[in-house]
Design a binder for this molecule. Structure first.
Ligand code: UD1
Length: 423
């Protein structure tokens, strides 16, 4: 197999303007939700990331016809003849988000067979909340070998109180509830912007969805959900990654379509670091201008609107260059600090204690050979490489390609020296 890695060198401060892709975490679940419909749907602003191709294959294996025009970022999905209800271990291993078809399959066929999830190396990542809710809706859950199976004679709505506001579980239950008759309540639900984007899609299909206090989503489903046309929301996590990358190099970046309201706390932390943040008219678009020295900041990752766990690794790289000590507490996922030993190889001064990282900024990072273990760890290493002296080589780049469309190319348009090498 070809040896693949990213080579990054410091090319000084990056500057320019970029447009954002559609959100990976919104597009995958929107694609899964189409299983609930019969007919042709059209999604726009679809990123050409590897996970989107995996979800396309999954829908095709279930019997959908899928056309992806990468140039137009348009995806046409015809689910008229969808007749499959099983997801192979191979697909599940490559894309954990495959679990998101379970709810729609249960609503449509009363059964779903899904291989046990694989994916990023961040903790054990159980799916117990998804399964508990399906059991509450009347499904019998069995496991055999590598497979999870759910069967239900007549699926029924329920009230489900979640132990934790899991994004995937909220989405899975929402989709199952949207495709059946009756009222389902999801209490202690995740209300991430991507969940709200899914709610817009399900409402356009014909489901009635409301919110109640506290953090409750109330779904009045329908047995006749219609195909939809939907523009995927801009990727707030790509926006955050790019802002942090440019800040690490001391440059300037404009993102005219950045969804500022969903990045509020991230922008707040960047301002606290002394970077200047200008928000565009009507709260859309942002311009970052770097200043030195950068103040250290501390934060805890939390469900939305708390600090997003997906931007924790990129911020760790940035804090490595601040002047002083910051503490990051990762509370969402266990084992999501695997980028730390790699950043240490580049000269970062970070001490770990359980799920906390204390980062003491250094004058300079140094290029090294490092390994990416998940999407956001890969992004963090790219960011460190852009600011480091010498050359950085990052392996495990399939993680980066899973989640970002053309990140290397975008950074090059800002002046970065970065390339994907295959030898
Ligand atoms: C989604 C996002 C991911 C993001 C995460 C948190 C997608 C494709 N991925 O992942 O990028 O980092 O939200 O914002 O949208 N948990 C359980 N039992 C369950 C489900 C989850 O204990 O049944 C735990 C997980 O182990 C984790 C926490 O809940 O500790 C949060 O996970 P969850 O919100 O479900 O994340 P994902 O939906 O997997």
């Amino acid at each position: 197999m070809a040896h693949e890695y990213i080579r990054v060198q410091n090319a000084g401060p990056l500057s320019g303007e970029l447009t954002l892709e559609g959100a990976k975490n919104a597009v995958l679940v929107t694609m899964a939700s189409l299983v609930l419909t019969r007919g042709k749907s059209r999604l726009t602003r679809v990123p050409a990331s590897h996970d989107v191709y995996q979800m396309k294959t999954l829908l095709e294996e279930l019997g959908a016809e899928v056309l992806f025009d990468e140039q137009k970022h348009e995806l046409i999905v015809d689910t008229t003849f969808l007749n499959g209800w099983s997801v192979s271990p191979d697909l599940m291993k490559r894309m954990r988000a495959s679990i998101l078809v379970m709810g729609p399959l249960l609503a449509r066929f009363g059964k779903a067979k899904i291989a046990l999830p694989g994916g990023c190396l961040i903790g054990t990542r159980p799916v117990d909340l998804h399964l508990k809710a399906f059991a509450r809706m009347g499904a019998t859950i069995t496991t055999s070998g590598d497979f999870l199976q759910a069967d239900v004679e007549k699926i029924r709505p329920c009230r489900f109180v979640m132990d934790y506001p899991s994004v995937g579980a909220t989405e899975n239950i929402l989709m199952a509830a949207a495709g059946i008759s009756g009222v389902t309540e999801i209490v202690n639900a995740a209300l991430e912007p991507e969940v709200l984007d899914l709610i817009t899609v399900l409402r356009n299909m014909g489901a009635h969805i409301d919110f109640a206090f506290p953090a409750t989503i109330v779904v009045q489903g329908s047995l006749d959900l219609k195909p939809v046309e939907h523009e995927i929301m801009c990727d707030r996590l790509e926006a955050g990654t790019l802002l942090i990358a440019v800040a690490a190099t001391g440059g300037t970046l404009s993102l005219p379509d950045a969804p500022v309201d969903s990045l509020e706390l991230v922008l707040e932390k960047l301002s606290e670091m002394g970077l200047s943040i200008e928000v565009g008219p009507q709260g859309r678009g942002v311009k970052l201008t770097s200043h030195r020295p950068m103040n250290p900041v501390s934060f805890k990752t939390m469900p939305y609107p708390g600090f997003p766990t997906d931007l924790q690794a990129p911020m760790t790289a940035l804090l490595s260059l601040a002047s002083g000590k910051g503490v990051i507490h990762e509370t969402v996922f266990e084992n999501r600090l695997l980028h730390v030993p790699e950043l240490q190889k580049m000269g970062a001064q970070i001490s770990l204690s359980g799920d906390r990282a204390t980062i003491t900024g250094v004058e300079r990072l140094y290029g090294a050979s490092v390994i990416a273990t998940d999407i956001r760890a890969a992004a963090a290493l790219v960011i460190a490489g852009l600011a480091a002296e010498g050359e950085t080589r990052i392996t495990g780049i399939h993680h980066l390609l899973r989640g970002y469309e053309g990140l290397d190319q975008k950074l090059r348009t800002l002046g970065a020296c970065i390339e994907i090498v295959r030898d």
